[in-house]
Design a protein around this ligand. Structure first.
Ligand SMILES: NC(=O)c1ccc[n+]([C@@H]2O[C@H](COP(=O)([O-])OP(=O)(O)OC[C@H]3O[C@@H](n4cnc5c(N)ncnc54)[C@H](OP(=O)(O)O)[C@@H]3O)[C@@H](O)[C@H]2O)c1
Length: 240
């Protein structure tokens, strides 16, 4: 049975920018009541007002008490989407371990703390969507081994939770490099050169858009048979 998003409550961590914001807009267009969660409170408030979202919250997903505070007054959640995160890049032999640990704190432990904070307020006919990334399948030599491991771990966590939280559906979205503010946040002045070099190698000679990847979030939440899956939305990036 497919799951209609009409009047369902969807909470999107990372819903204030990039992929999450695109997903939030499309979920709202499909009739959902959308609550976005960002790191920056002023930014979250502005984005929610601009898009007439049902609500906004601010939290730092690496701090469990802020996750709990963000969710405390939400009576129930039908669909939970966890996209908040940064590009944690550093070589295993020389980067600060506390910095590398963020890759797991923002993903695995953030998911665990968010699910525990929600408890039985997550609808049994709802869903949870995690984020991984093409790195999980194709790591690079540029200091992404730990982020690749954290991303692959999200896919494994989703499969395990699809059983542990059943009948709640749990899936992971795995995008290729997507044109969002994350690229400039991460690469700064090197963004354009990086994108030019990458797109030359990609089958479609372009990056994915936030709208294309956001649409996959809506698909995972709204298709009632998607469960325990990793959905790759990468334009074939894993093939090259
Ligand atoms: N773009 C890509 O190429 C790509 C590829 C694979 C995977 N991903 C993953 O997809 C997710 C979304 O990426 P994006 O490109 O849409 O990035 P983005 O535009 O930079 O958006 C990131 C979102 O996460 C929030 N956030 C970041 N750190 C947070 C924290 N500690 N606590 C709470 N919220 C936090 C941000 O809030 P503020 O706006 O308030 O800072 C923002 O809403 C990330 O996990 C990223 O690693 C992205």
């Amino acid at each position: 049975m497919s799951s209609n998003l009409q009047d369902r409550t969807i909470v999107i961590f990372g819903g204030t920018s990039g992929i999450g914001l695109a997903a939030a807009r499309q979920a709202q267009a499909a009739g959902a009541r959308v609550i976005v969660v960002g790191f920056n409170a002023a930014g979250a408030e502005r984005v929610a007002a601009e898009n007439a979202f049902a609500g906004w919250r601010a939290a730092d997903v690496t701090r469990p008490e802020t996750i709990a505070a963000a969710l405390v007054d939400i009576p129930h959640v039908d669909h939970l989407v966890l996209l908040a995160g940064t590009f944690v890049a550093g070589r295993v032999l020389d980067a600060e371990v506390d910095y590398l640990r963020r890759a797991f704190d923002e993903r695995i432990w953030a998911a665990v703390h968010t699910l525990r904070a929600l408890g039985d307020r997550l609808s049994r006919d709802g869903s949870v969507t995690f984020i991984s990334g093409a790195l999980a399948d194709r790591p690079s030599a540029q200091g992404t081994a730990v982020l690749a491991a954290a991303s692959a771990a999200m896919e494994a966590l989703a499969r395990g939770l699809a059983l542990e939280l059943a009948p709640v559906r749990v899936n992971t979205l795995s995008p290729g490099t997507t044109d969002t503010p994350l690229l400039a946040r991460t690469l700064g002045a090197h963004r354009d050169a990086y994108v030019a070099a990458l797109t030359e190698k990609l089958p479609q000679r372009r990056l994915g858009t936030a709208d294309e990847v956001g649409a996959a979030v809506v698909f995972l939440t709204s298709n009632g048979l998607m469960n325990g899956e990793t959905l790759h939305v990468d334009g074939g990036a894993r093939l090259v």
